[in-house]
Ligand binder design. Structure first.
Ligand code: SF4
Length: 355
């Protein structure tokens, strides 16, 4: 095997190509995990599972996926649901923009019909090349590639790609290589096999090369140092620390909750009034000079670039009235039924020891 980095061509002979494809598909047939979205669920089920899998571990997604499909079994039921209900079903998965995109895309599907090609799926809100490729190959049988983190790692090793995997040049390389490698007869199974291999065998730290169906053709294995691939990223994005102060305003067993604006971090989800300082927090309420703010605890939560500390205060004596449907009093015991981020759910949990 030789590989010309500049044009991303891979010079395989037919036998070698057929050998690695058969080896990988044979391995996948025997070893893949049985998962609910691998039961021929069609484009809708594939779409939902693939977007969820971009957020979190397979084990967690199984539960979310099954609850989602029970509640919204078709795009029509999803489109007819309120955004609140959709966010509630998504709560805990993070990246809430994706749930809003899914909802918007379902509305478009109801209006224009379900796309029949990966290109058609690409035109829907929030559907990128990866998701379109997954739906196209898995649910529609199209010979199109997919590239995610697992695929990048497997390809980096398999083809001994020495460059920083985060550059646009590497991105082009991965997509180009995946396009050449994908099996024309079973593209969906092939793509899932590469991802499965990355998740269970070609793991980041300890690739299990002796058990790997690609070992014979793997250039990374041949070097004797497969974990040298992918190459280290050039720079890491630094996480910054941030502290926010949160008010849990209570009255007769109820707590005051507010909904975040649709476009911000955690947009559209319910939470509690918060600010960068206690003074700023208090100033946000009318007649706050008559209220007591008592610290009841701290909650830490890590977002992608922020290590957040929420300092929570219990506050009584404020008579607030909802002005819009973006705020209101909610029974403390019913907070779990609101669509809340995981961070705000942790803050809400502080109330259980106080009320
Ligand atoms: Fe990964 Fe090792 Fe398999 Fe190569 S042989 S693809 S490095 S597990």
């Amino acid at each position: 095997m030789t590989e010309a980095e500049s044009s991303f061509e891979i010079d395989w002979d037919d036998d070698e190509q057929s050998r690695y494809r058969q080896a990988l598909l044979g391995w996948y047939d025997e070893n893949h995990r049985e998962l609910p979205w691998r039961q021929d669920v069609g484009p809708y089920g594939t779409w939902i599972s693939e977007v969820m899998l971009q957020q979190t571990q397979v084990a967690t997604v199984v539960d979310y996926y099954e609850r989602w499909m029970t509640k919204f079994p078709t795009p029509a039921e999803l489109a007819a649901a309120s955004l609140d209900d959709v966010l509630k079903m998504w709560a805990g998965l993070g990246y809430y923009r994706r749930a809003r995109f899914i909802h918007a895309a379902a509305v478009q599907i109801v209006e224009d019909g379900m796309p029949q090609t990966s290109k058609g799926w690409l035109s829907l809100p929030g559907v990128g090349r990866y998701t379109a490729g997954a739906i196209g190959s898995i649910a529609l049988g199209e010979v199109v590639p997919v590239v995610d983190g697992n695929v990048k790692r497997v390809l980096s090793r398999f083809l001994a790609w020495t460059e920083d995997p985060t550059t646009s040049r590497s991105e082009k390389f991965f997509w180009g290589a995946a396009e050449i490698l994908v099996d024309p007869e079973r593209p969906g199974d092939f793509n899932q096999a590469v991802m499965e291999l990355g998740a269970t065998v070609c793991k980041p730290r300890n690739p299990a090369c002796p058990e790997c169906p690609l070992q014979e053709s793997c250039s990374g294995f041949e070097t004797g140092r497969p974990t040298d691939f992918p190459a280290p990223k050039r720079r890491k994005t630094k996480q910054r620390d941030e502290t926010r102060h949160v008010a849990l305003v209570i009255r007769d067993g109820s707590v005051w909750a507010v909904r975040t604006p649709p476009d911000g971090l955690l947009g559209g989800l319910w939470g509690f009034p918060e600010a960068l300082s206690l003074e700023e927090l208090a100033m946000g309420f009318p007649e706050s000079e008559h209220a007591d703010f008592t610290t009841i605890g701290q909650v830490k939560h890590v977002f992608s670039h922020i290590r957040m500390t929420y300092v929570a205060y219990l506050c009584e004596g404020l008579s607030l009235e909802p002005q819009t449907d973006a705020s209101g009093w909610f029974d403390v015991n019913e907070l779990t039924t609101l669509g809340m981020s995981r961070a705000m759910s942790k803050v809400a949990a502080l109330l259980s020891s106080e009320t």
